[in-house]
Design a protein around this ligand. Structure first.
Ligand code: ZN
Ligand code: ZN
Length: 350
């Protein structure tokens, strides 16, 4: 893949794959979708009890293992040996520019922000309000200050600087940085960005992979291949957070370069109406396929569902369809961690 094809000549970003032609035309029909949203019949909100929350397990990761807690939507707390991360942290009740309007949570974020252990870094996928929330960003900065590194795709540095945050690692697709013994790699995704009507695709979107720094199968320099084969691999898990993405031909390459993953966080919700959402979000069936294409190893944690009503499908449907798609694909039933809000899955370790 041409590593610069997602940079448009005017300085904005674009999806570089053949299948993404027509995305701009789709965005032009956003009014049509907005009209259906206002006038159409929608499946009801989940009943209390249909989305029960759990007590999170906030203890550090076991040796050589990992813990992932689903806080809600795309927000997860990840504990690896020596590294604690958050993905797309949103603790606000509503995902919107203002606190009094916008989709309201079905289930509160668990754990509460004040209960979080010390967090080393945030992995941000893009600027949509269900992923980048200024109230949460400010609260995290107030609590952790310079101890917290913000990993973002290209185009976010100024947004963070306006909030007094300077410890930002801004990376392009396949760019990487090292933190506390891990490589943090910015991975491609098929999506788009906009927080203001005039800001379409001025910032990049991405996923993230986190792999032990020393174990580096992608690096076949003469130096590394000259190392003895028994060179010990550090006992730490490999992780992929897919961000917000439509199905994308890059998934296989991500798996080949950075896998096999022990943990994959893959979005499964916000896919209807299909004709419109197919350029931005995966169906549960596509999400399972994405997991398989990225190597199909370890555990998949479905994210981006059951928290806010953002699109037309029944908010509980992603859960049923993910389970069904997993079974249909003949995957190991133990490999699907369809978590409740607040629930923690522990992988590996003693
Ligand atoms: Zn998005
Ligand atoms: Zn989203």
């Amino acid at each position: 893949m041409d590593t610069t094809a997602h940079h448009a000549p005017d300085g904005t970003f674009r999806n570089p794959w053949e299948i993404s032609q027509g995305d701009a035309e789709l965005r032009g029909r956003i009014r049509e979708v907005a009209w259906d949203w206002i006038t159409g019949d929608h499946p009801p909100d989940p009943e209390p009890g249909q989305l029960p929350a759990e007590e999170p397990e906030l203890a550090p990761a076991p040796e050589a293992g990992a813990r992932v807690t689903w806080v809600g939507h795309a927000t997860t707390l990840i504990r690896l040996p020596g590294l604690t991360l958050l993905t797309d942290p949103v603790w606000s009740e509503r995902c919107s520019p203002v606190p009094f309007w916008g989709p309201k949570r079905f289930v509160s974020a668990v754990p509460a922000l004040t209960e979080l252990p010390a967090v080393d870094a945030v992995l941000l996928s893009h600027d949509h309000f269900d992923h980048l929330d200024r109230f949460t960003v400010t609260a995290l900065h107030r609590r952790f200050g310079e101890g917290l590194t913000w990993f973002t795709p290209l185009g976010y540095r100024d947004w963070f600087r306006r909030r007094g945050i300077t410890r930002v690692e801004e990376l392009d697709w396949w760019g990487e940085a090292e933190l506390q013994g891990y490589r943090i790699v910015c991975t491609p995704a098929r999506h788009w960005t906009r927080r203001t009507p005039w800001g379409t695709n001025r910032r990049l979107w991405s996923g993230w992979a986190v792999v032990p720094a020393e174990a580096d199968p992608a690096m076949d320099s003469p130096v590394s291949s000259a190392l003895p084969a028994e060179n010990p691999t550090p006992p730490a898990p490999r992780l992929w957070f897919a961000g917000d993405s439509a199905w994308c031909p890059a998934f296989a390459e991500i798996g080949a370069r950075l896998g096999p993953f022990d943990l994959s966080l893959v979005p499964v919700g916000a896919y209807e109406p299909r004709w419109f959402m197919k350029a931005a979000h995966m169906t549960p069936e596509e999400a399972v396929r994405a997991f398989q294409e990225a190597g199909g190893a370890g555990i998949m944690v479905p994210i981006h569902w059951g928290t806010w009503r953002l699109t037309f499908e029944d908010p509980l449907e992603p859960r049923t369809r993910t389970r069904a798609a997993w079974g249909e694909a003949g995957l190991d039933p133990g490999g699907l961690a369809l978590l409740r809000h607040g629930e923690t899955v522990t992988v590996g370790g003693g």
